[in-house]
Design a protein. Structure first.
Length: 478
């Protein structure tokens, strides 16, 4: 019998696990995929939103602003990339200025600091590649960018180091009320717990509706993106938004923390909760709308495209709290944008609910910091040479596009909750995220994974499950 089981290993589940690990509690995370950060959390805009868009007084607005304020210190404590670069929401004509003013007023009510409405000339002085027709812009200096993989993995690793268990490839199939709690029937075995935290992203409605008569409904809202090479990364220095619509914040253009340029997303409601395919129509829309905000986009530098899903609940609001007719079942549902920004505050809120309901006591030995994978390029020449002398694997470049060494890949495999697939290595090190998109490095990474995990190359997958790379009648010879 666990005290708490968290369903879902995305940023919300990992943040809740990390905050819960401050207390004396037996808890675990159940994740249906082979790794953390495999759903909504891995495919998004990677934006830390300032907080002017959500309705004043809403939970979404409050947690957005609080999460934004928490992110910088959290990035230092848990060692993941974060930059506070600011953002601009632009309008192209005088008729739309009242909409900018409305955003400004909402931001003021939400407690967003430093907001200013700029003239078109002021905005173009800050960002010379803005559309020449820009009439005015809302400037939010507190907006930022983050590595979503780095954030999610850091939260999970720190939770694990503080005693939270993680069970992967463990899919919850049914939830049954039992004396003193719940039984969760999975594809592997049955887990029992006093409390459940439902942080299952686009599937959160499914689990909520298993235990409650008051149903909720989550629509997967697909967003498609284009990612440009690092040679295009300086085209803008801030996140550039168009005016938001009822479907979200619109197509943006932004640098990433790793030096690329990102365009997107679209916003299309779909039925398939796993529908992350890209489309010609969607990518054409991204390119067209991004070009309306920023001129001369170097589209020949696109190196990949991808799509992600947002968990849009019908009420357009975060649902966080104990379900009224299901004692011990804590929803963490409808966590769409600005969910990534809000996750530190979401985790804190969930842990506080559990603390109060269960009378949890804080640990004396809570580990508040975590060190990420060493980047050899951050060292001086002397330090780098000493590192290679001490550990020769750091002198062996595996991914030439991103200059990732064998030493970094070994660390990714053997650290807490280590990588077990090509995508697991990619999310932790960026090996395979460069211009060639793993065309050269993937065979070598597969060799390292097979060697270190003590398995065959034919068992190494791209992203778990049946996504094997080596197939055919002669695979056992490898």
């Amino acid at each position: 019998m666990y005290d708490v089981i968290i369903i879902g290993g995305g940023v919300s589940g990992a943040a809740a696990a990390r905050e819960l690990s401050r207390y004396q509690v037996r808890a675990c995370v159940l994740e249906k995929e082979e790794d953390i950060c495999c759903g909504t959390s891995k495919a998004n805009s990677a934006i830390v939103h300032a907080g002017y868009d959500a309705a004043p007084g809403s939970l979404m607005a409050r947690l957005n602003v609080k999460g934004n304020e928490m992110m910088e210190q959290l990035s230092k404590d848990l060692d993941f990339p974060f930059q506070r670069i600011g953002s601009l929401v632009i309008c192209l004509n005088e008729e739309d200025v009242p909409k900018l003013r409305e955003l400004y007023e909402k931001g003021q009510k939400n407690g967003v600091k430093g907001l200013r409405i700029l003239s078109g000339e002021e905005a173009k002085a800050m960002e010379p590649n803005l559309n020449d027709q820009v009439y005015a812009a809302l400037y939010a200096p507190t907006a930022g960018i983050v590595c979503p993989f780095g954030l999610n993995i850091a939260l999970a690793e720190n939770a694990y180091e503080n005693g939270i268990e993680f069970h992967f490839r463990t899919e919850v199939e049914d939830i049954v009320k039992i004396d003193g709690g719940y039984a969760l029937h999975t594809n592997k075995r049955t887990f029992r717990t006093r409390y459940i935290v439902n942080a299952a992203g686009v599937y959160a409605d499914r689990f909520h509706n298993m235990v409650s008569q008051k149903k909720i409904h989550i629509t997967p809202r697909k967003g498609e993106y284009c990612l440009l090479d690092k040679s295009a990364g300086q085209h803008v220095s801030r996140t550039i938004f168009s005016l938001p619509t009822k479907y979200g914040k619109g197509v943006l253009v932004t640098p990433t923390v790793h030096g690329n340029l990102l365009l997107g997303p679209t916003a299309n409601d779909i039925e398939n909760k796993d529908g992350t395919n890209t489309t010609r129509e969607g990518l054409d829309e991204v390119i067209k709308k991004a070009g309306q905000s920023v001129k001369d986009l170097p589209m020949r530098q696109v190196i990949t495209s991808f799509a992600g899903l947002r968990a849009h609940e019908d009420g357009s609001e975060f649902i966080i709290g104990e379900v009224e007719d299901a004692e011990g079942f804590i929803d963490c549902a409808g966590i769409e944008s600005p969910g990534l920004t809000s996750c530190p505050a979401v985790g804190e809120m969930v842990a506080q609910i559990l603390k109060e309901n269960m009378g949890l006591q804080e640990k004396e030995e809570f580990i508040s910091t975590r060190k990420g994978i060493l980047d050899p390029n951050s060292l001086s020449k002397e330090e780098h040479a000493e590192l290679i002398k001490r550990e020769p694997a750091y002198g062996n470049i595996i991914c030439r596009c991103e200059m990732i060494t064998e030493g970094e890949i070994l660390d990714a495999i053997h650290r807490p909750l280590g990588a077990k697939s090509l995508d697991g290595v990619k999310r932790r090190t960026r090996a395979g995220m460069g211009r060639c998109q793993s065309g050269f490095c993937s065979p070598r990474i597969m060799e390292i994974l097979a060697r270190e995990l003590g398995t065959s190359m034919s068992d190494i997958t791209k992203s778990g499950g049946d996504s094997r790379i080596v197939v055919g009648t002669n695979k056992d010879r490898l």
